[in-house]
Design a protein around this ligand. Structure first.
Ligand code: PMP
Length: 291
């Protein structure tokens, strides 16, 4: 049986969930989105996702026609309509239907879509043995252009990097920023551990400030692990004791090889293992109840 999709105020079967070819989300990637996760009947950090969505919309001057409370209800109701307690949720707001020009003023009504389904990003075994990743030539968007803090529908920058990873035969790419410092991966934030200190690139370097990233920082602080949001050259990746990625879809996944250098002892490290365990506990309690 197919899914029920939220589309502009209604729930429709997926075969009927269609949008115009004149939608500027389709024509120009003009819009914003969120990837959200529900665990055990709770939508994990839904308020944070909604806040980021509205900030992204505001940054591109897109007025969302629903209140945040209404949007939270849309997300929960989509899960209920599909009888889901565990889900990957994709909430999308595009500029809406316009003409063939760029002008957003010609798009009177944003398109709002919410899909509650599932996603498997990486095979289970990679969570045990860790990913092999590479740094790629494609640089992360500059903050003065489309700031990476905007979770925009235009993911071509990230897709270019993913293509480079695909060609190299690895599952993920690390993008550097314009200065050559580590930014993030195509759909995940990156962390390293060195001498017991957890380090991750600071948001001003040009990254998406991940909800999972922020949760992991809090979990580390609760454990008394020192955390630094800082500047990381590739050197710090190569010489790290541990490395891992975070994201709503991937959750926490270890990295054991970067540009052919073995990270640490080549296995997921103790701080990663601890934080993963803590994260699995956190998602059981930290969320908005669907039912
Ligand atoms: N960076 C990018 C570019 C992403 O697309 C994502 C996933 N949405 C993340 C980081 C991780 O963010 P979050 O933990 O909020 O999913």
């Amino acid at each position: 049986m197919g899914l029920w999709i939220y589309l502009n105020g209604e729930f429709v079967p997926e075969e009927e969930a269609k949008i115009s070819v004149f939608d500027h989300g389709f024509l120009y990637g003009d819009g914003v989105f969120e990837g959200i996760r529900a665990y055990h009947g709770k939508v994990f950090r839904l308020q944070e996702h909604i806040d980021r969505l509205y900030d992204s919309a505001k940054a591109i001057n897109l007025a969302v026609p629903l209140t945040k409370e209404e949007m939270i209800e849309v997300v929960c109701e989509t899960c209920r309509r599909n009888n889901l307690t565990d889900a990957y949720i994709r909430l999308v707001i595009s500029r809406g239907k316009g003409d063939l020009g760029l002008d957003p003023n010609k798009c009177p009504q944003p398109t709002i879509v919410n899909i509650a389904s599932s996603i498997t990003l990486y095979p289970e075994e990679l969570y045990r043995i860790g990913l092999s990743v590479i740094t790629v030539p494609t640089r992360r968007n500059i903050p003065e252009g489309v700031n990476p803090r905007i979770k925009s529908l235009n993911y071509l920058n990230n897709i270019m990097a993913k293509i480079e990873a695909n060609i190299a035969g690895v599952p993920e790419a690390v993008l550097l920023n314009q200065e050559g410092f580590v930014a993030e991966c195509t759909g995940d934030n990156i962390f390293i551990v060195k001498n017991g200190v957890l380090k991750t690139p600071a948001p001003y370097l040009g990254i998406l400030e991940g909800v999972t990233r922020n949760a992991v920082i809090e979990l580390a602080q609760k454990r008394g692990i020192p955390v630094q949001e800082t500047v990381l050259p590739r050197y710090d990746l190569f010489t790290a004791d541990e490395c891992f990625l975070t994201g709503t879809a991937a959750e926490l996944i270890p990295v054991t090889k970067i540009d052919d250098r073995v990270i640490g002892n080549g296995e997921p490290g103790p701080i990663f293992n601890q934080l993963l365990e803590d994260f699995r506990e956190l998602v059981k309690v930290d969320g908005v109840d669907i039912y």
